[in-house]
Each structure stands twice: as structure tokens, then as C-alpha cells.
Design a protein around this ligand. Structure first.
Ligand SMILES: *Cc1c(COP(=O)(O)O)cnc(C)c1O
Length: 363
């Protein structure tokens, strides 16, 4: 499976399978054990598990590095944050996944210097890198939920010139749309909970790097801190990953079509869509209340947090107290699934229409 000529749509199906041999299963089993008989490579299941290895082989092949799976996206993010040198500042996005920023706030509370910067503004990041000489630059692109896009290659160059490590949260793009390691990043992290697993039935994280030293430190972090994935969850993630290419193609086509239709809807003030991927964020005319009305009114779309599953979800992000205030109060994030696009539009446009009929509305 090290064959470099295979297309990613093939790798996603073919990587992480047992070697071809008569009688071998076509996919890995679920290795349920806490310990291993002495004399082998794996000693204890907090340090290794064959079901993880299968998933790691697949994810590593997709991102172009060596992967480690962890219990959740946040466990992966915490492991990557721990790579930051203690005596230098961290540079993080001024708008990004709320819990990532919460983890950065915890470092601030512990006395570390964290600088927030708009990662879509390349010059602003370059200036901040020169001024603060960070030890680690954290990027998320496209960002959750504003869908801002960072120039990873240019920012990685600037960060490396200052001796900083570059970590990219690639959850929204997936390795089928963006491969940050090839663009110069040192480490990629994912909430595999989202597109990689793809069915809203598992919480899972992954870190990937090409650097053996960083890999060893990330592995040590996982074993020492113990935020490990369950074998069944790892198996479910690999099972879900097999259809990533077709899911993403369908969901992206749906999202692009919905973004166009939403731009023409009178209840929508602004549509954010970076032109690829399956998340669309809209700002609903009439403020937070109107946005809440929309979320409550859909019947096919589920009102729930999270994204990246086959089913369409929507959510007003500022309903969470920890959402950054850089996110407008009337912003509704749409995670577009793989249903029929006309059914999705009929349900969503009907929900938007209800805000136009709302009594007391003056604009
Ligand atoms: C959901 C998400 C996370 C957190 O992942 P969990 O699996 O929920 O721990 C991190 N980054 C982004 C961009 C996310 O959307």
C-alpha cells in the first residue's frame, strides 16, 4: 500500500487492510484485549492495538505521514499543543474551533503567552511571527465556523523561518481536499469524529507527522496521558473512512448548490462558502432570534452540533457560551449531508420563510 501512484479515492478504500494471503480477512478485526503475551512488540493496550494500526496506516497514507489515533479530536489537539516549547509564545487563530481556543486560554491561565491572529490575513500572520517569535503556529483552514481560508504554504514558510512548528487542523478540508504536510506543515490534526468517520456515531482524533522525532513525542504523550481510542471506535472510523471520497463528492455538490440558492433567499444576509467542502455558514436576517427560529423549524435537517456526517445538521453557533465573539450571533452553520439536494432545499427554505412571516418583523 506504499504505492505512490494510487489516487486518494483508491487509498481511502485500499489502505489499512490485511496483506493479501489465502484465507485472510479483507478487513481488520476488532482487537479487544488489554494486554498481550510477553515476547512480542505490543505489551499493553494503552501503548498499541492492531485495530488502531490499521486505521493509522490508512490515515497516514492519506495525509502523507505517520498517524496516531487518539480518543477524540481534542485529545489529538492537546497532544499537538504539548509540542510547543514552554519558553516561547504560541500563535493561534482569532476565530477557530471554540474548544481549541479554550485549550489555548488554559495555557494563558498557566502563564504562557498566546497571540491571536487572523489566519486568513497572511501579512498579519507574518508580522505576528516576526514580532513574537512563537514556538508553535496553530492553523485551522477552513476555520470553524467562519470558513476563513489560510495560505498554509506561505504561513508555514514564515513560521519555519522563525523556527516555529506548524500544526494544521485539517478537519474541514479532509486529506482528499488539502494535504498540509505537503504544504509544509509539521503536524496535521483531525477531529476524525467529523468527515473521516462520517456517520455521527463515533468520537475520534488523529495526529499525523512526517517527522520521526515529533512522532515519538506524540506517541509518548498518548501513552503517558492515556487518551486512547477504543478498538471498536477505531474500527468504526475505518469502516466509515472507506466511503469518504463518495460522501465528500456528494455532500460538496449539495453544499455548492445550496450556497447558490441561499444567496438568493431574502431571509439570508450573508453566505459563507469557501467553494469546496460541505459546510456552509449563513447569517440569518432578523438576528439571533430569527436564526433560532430557523433551527427549530426544519424537519429533515437536524438541529444539533457537530458536522461531517451523512445526515444534514444545522446549528446557531453562538448558542454556546464558549463560542468566540468573532462569530456573528445570527450565524447558522450548516453541515450539508448526502441527502437529495432538492429535499434539503425544500426543508431549509421553508424554515427560512417562516422568519419572513414572523409577527413584529419590520425590516
Ligand atoms: C469538532 C472539531 C474539533 C474537536 O474534535 P472532537 O472530536 O469533538 O474532540 C476540533 N477541530 C475542529 C475543526 C472541529 O470541528
Amino acid at each position: 500500500m506504499a504505492d505512490q501512484h494510487l489516487s486518494p479515492a483508491t487509498v481511502v478504500v485500499a489502505a489499512g487492510r490485511p496483506a493479501h494471503a489465502p484465507g485472510a480477512p479483507v478487513g481488520p478485526g476488532i482487537e479487544m484485549t488489554s494486554t498481550y503475551l510477553a515476547g512480542g512488540d505490543t505489551v499493553y493496550a494503552r501503548a498499541g492495538n492492531a485495530t488502531w494500526t490499521a486505521l493509522e496506516d490508512a490515515l497516514g497514507a492519506l495525509e502523507g505521514g505517520d498517524a496516531l489515533v487518539l480518543a477524540s479530536g481534542m485529545a489529538a489537539i492537546a497532544a499537538a499543543f504539548a509540542l510547543a516549547p514552554a519558553d516561547r509564545p504560541l500563535l493561534v487563530p482569532d476565530a477557530a474551533y471554540n474548544t481549541t481556543l479554550g485549550l489555548a486560554d488554559e495555557l494563558v491561565a498557566a502563564g504562557r503567552t498566546v497571540v491571536r491572529v487572523d489566519v486568513a490575513d497572511t501579512d498579519a500572520v507574518r508580522d505576528a511571527v516576526e514580532r513574537h517569535r512563537p514556538g508553535l503556529v496553530w492553523l485551522e483552514s477552513p476555520t470553524n465556523p467562519l470558513l476563513d481560508v489560510a495560505d498554509i504554504e506561505a504561513l508555514a514558510d514564515a513560521a519555519h523561518a522563525a523556527g516555529a512548528l506548524v500544526v494544521v487542523d485539517n478537519t474541514f478540508a479532509t486529506p482528499l481536499r488539502q494535504r498540509p504536510l505537503a504544504l509544509g506543515a509539521d503536524v496535521v490534526v483531525h477531529s476524525a469524529t467529523k468527515y473521516l468517520a462520517g456517520h455521527s456515531d463515533v468520537v475520534m482524533g488523529v495526529v499525523v507527522t512526517t517527522d520521526p522525532d515529533l512522532h515519538a513525542r506524540l506517541l509518548a504523550h498518548r501513552t503517558l496521558h492515556g487518551a486512547i481510542a477504543g478498538p471498536f471506535e477505531a474500527w468504526l472510523t475505518l469502516r466509515g473512512l472507506r466511503t469518504l471520497a463518495v460522501r465528500l463528492d456528494r455532500a460538496t455538490a449539495n453544499a455548492a448548490a445550496l450556497a447558490d440558492r441561499l444567496r438568493a433567499h431574502p431571509a439570508v444576509e450573508r453566505v459563507r462558502y469557501p467553494g469546496t467542502g460541505a459546510v456552509v455558514s449563513i447569517e440569518v436576517a432578523g438576528g439571533a432570534d430569527a436564526a433560532d427560529v430557523v433551527c427549530a423549524a426544519t424537519r429533515l435537517w437536524s438541529h444539533a452540533t457537530s458536522l461531517g456526517g451523512v445526515e444534514s445538521l444545522l446549528e446557531r453557533r453562538r448558542r454556546h457560551a464558549n463560542e468566540p465573539t468573532t462569530v456573528p450571533v445570527n450565524l447558522v452553520r450548516l453541515s450539508v449531508g448526502i441527502e437529495d439536494v432538492d429535499d434539503l432545499w425544500a426543508d431549509l427554505s421553508t424554515a427560512l420563510d417562516t422568519t419572513l412571516d414572523a409577527p413584529g418583523r419590520t425590516d
